[in-house]
Ligand binder design. Structure first.
Ligand SMILES: CC(C)(COP(=O)(O)OP(=O)(O)OC[C@H]1O[C@@H](n2cnc3c(N)ncnc32)[C@H](O)[C@@H]1OP(=O)(O)O)[C@@H](O)C(=O)NCCC(=O)NCCS
Length: 140
């Protein structure tokens, strides 16, 4: 039987465990809690009632930034992240922002290309990882 998949808006606090486990397991849990979380929108994908993929969206100055996109390790490569990102992009289109962007881990650029995001010339390193700013401009 097909697995039941639900996309929904969630609370910031529901993202923290997956953020921690998947992205920064060696840091204390507080490292993944953002001051901005209160002002953000948070989206999750549930499989059979279990949260497996999460992403957060922050709107500022008419632009939307998504951050902390993660899928539980054992559930990666099954298309869940793509489903969630498609859902996020649909939500972004409704917001009337001029641009959506992210600090992409350098090894994830091809993945984001599929969603219309392009690499900018802005690159940086943080916490031992290389990042590139990727963006998609939206016309209204
Ligand atoms: C980035 C991340 C959120 C993607 O989530 P995901 O659920 O694995 O995403 P998908 O399954 O949709 O896609 C992952 C890969 O599987 C492939 N894939 C998608 N559906 C698939 C399927 N049904 N069968 C096989 N492969 C599939 C995709 O093409 C993609 O390939 P790529 O990595 O070579 O581009 C996840 O890898 C993750 O949590 N990584 C660690 C944290 C991180 O790097 N976050 C992003 C920071 S920018």
């Amino acid at each position: 039987m097909e697995k039941q998949i639900i996309l929904k808006e969630i609370e910031a606090s529901q993202t923290w465990q997956i953020r921690h486990q998947v992205m920064w397991p060696d840091k204390p849990i507080d490292y993944v809690k953002l001051d901005e979380d209160k002002k953000g929108m948070h989206f999750g994908l549930e499989v059979e009632g279990k949260l497996v993929s999460i992403v957060s969206l922050f709107v500022e100055n008419g632009e939307a930034q998504f951050r902390k996109f993660a899928t539980l390790e054992e559930e990666q490569g099954k298309g869940y992240g793509s489903k969630l990102l498609t859902h996020l992009m649909d939500a972004v289109a409704e917001l009337g922002v001029t641009r959506v962007w992210c600090n992409a881990r350098a090894n994830k650029t091809t993945f984001y290309n599929r969603f219309g995001l392009k690499e900018t010339r802005n690159q940086f390193s943080k916490g031992g990882l290389d990042y590139v700013i990727m963006e998609k401009r939206l016309i209204h």
